[in-house]
Design a protein around this ligand. Structure first.
Ligand SMILES: Cc1ncc(COP(=O)(O)O)c(C=O)c1O
Length: 328
């Protein structure tokens, strides 16, 4: 089965054509410091604890063919993340959604990467206030840019070259809760540099006992004997991950979340990654060895990828962008 070239479709299909937008919005639209504006002009005060201490939670939802995908699920996850780090979202749910719609609309985007965050905000006056979460004034930021691909059409079609990190582990959930999507990225970024040095394109991180957690910015999946498996702990509960469970149910393929040791990758039939920024990304090699004794991506990975995009473009859990908000 040929991989659906989703990036090419986004670039060429008339239903994906960007609406007219002011020149300044070329990079996208944003909301920062309580104002809408072009992404290129958005800013964060240097002393915002989000910037200084990675003290923030965020989420990313995508838009394709003018529709948000699973916006409610992203907003639910974001609300839980705010609760987990004791930060009060200054926006209520409706206002949050309206801001997300408007930043996409301002930039006329039909396919977008839509990021938003609540940071702890500026540090309160005295050091003694640092121990009281109610003394902070959290701040809300958001931007929408053209759709982002971790792996482009070519990489997804031929399969990515992955590396299981030997130098890094994913931070322990007891240190930073990975289910509250957060700014802690150094373990993943350093693992990506390791992947680059070892001839790979992306990195998977184990935990301290060698069990798989997730990849940098993506969930990891293993297909073995017709069953699709993904780690049950130590990772973000990805919305694309949930979508894979849903697609597997539709296809009658068994799928489950479980512990997977790094050593088990050796007899994997297929491996793939999932994330909002790039969808379902089939892999062809791990640590320089072909996966499943085959060149190229696995059949089921490609089938899931294609079905994901077909279903999305049919309107699966879609919310049409309110483009009229650009005029308000
Ligand atoms: C660490 C991490 N794991 C997994 C994911 C995948 O989550 P989702 O499918 O909701 O984008 C992301 C997304 O950015 C992530 O940052």
């Amino acid at each position: 089965m040929e991989l659906v070239r989703a990036a090419e479709i986004m670039a060429t299909h008339p239903e994906h054509q960007r609406l007219p937008f002011p020149d300044a919005y070329g990079l996208g639209g944003a909301f920062s410091n309580d104002q809408f504006g072009p992404l290129i002009e958005a800013s964060v005060p240097l002393v915002d604890c989000g910037f200084m201490h990675a003290d923030a939670v965020y989420d990313v939802v995508s838009v394709s063919r003018g529709m948000f995908f699973r916006l409610d699920q992203h907003q639910d996850r974001f609300a839980r993340a705010c609760g987990a780090i004791l930060v009060k979202n200054p926006m209520d749910r409706e206002r949050e959604a309206e801001i997300l719609h408007k930043i996409v609309a301002l930039a006329g985007l039909k396919d977008a990467y839509v990021w938003w965050a609540v940071t702890r905000g500026l540090p309160p006056g005295g050091r003694s206030e640092m121990i009281d979460p109610d003394k902070f004034e959290p701040r809300f930021y958001a931007f929408a840019s053209p759709f982002v691909w971790i792996a482009d059409d070519e990489q997804r079609a031929r399969g990515m070259d992955l590396v299981l990190s030997r130098e890094r582990i994913r931070i322990s959930p007891r240190a930073v809760d990975p289910t509250a999507k957060n700014f802690h990225w150094l373990d993943m970024q350093m693992a990506l540099f390791e992947a680059g040095r070892r001839g790979g394109e992306w990195a998977i991180l184990p935990d301290e006992e060698g069990f798989l957690t997730e990849a940098a910015g993506a969930n990891v999946w293993v297909v073995r004997n017709g069953t699709v498996l993904t780690p049950d702990t130590g990772c973000l509960l990805g919305i694309t991950r949930q979508s894979v469970f849903d697609l597997c149910a539709e296809l009658g393929v068994s799928a489950k979340a479980t512990r997977i040791h790094g050593d088990e990758l050796e007899d994997a039939d297929e491996v793939f990654l999932t994330t909002t920024a790039g969808s379902i990304m089939p892999a062809r090699s791990l640590d320089g060895r072909p996966i499943g004794g085959r060149e190229g991506p696995g059949k089921l990975s490609v089938e899931l990828h294609n079905r994901y995009w077909e279903r999305r473009w049919e309107g699966w859990d879609g919310t049409p962008v309110r483009y009229e908000l650009a005029q308000t």
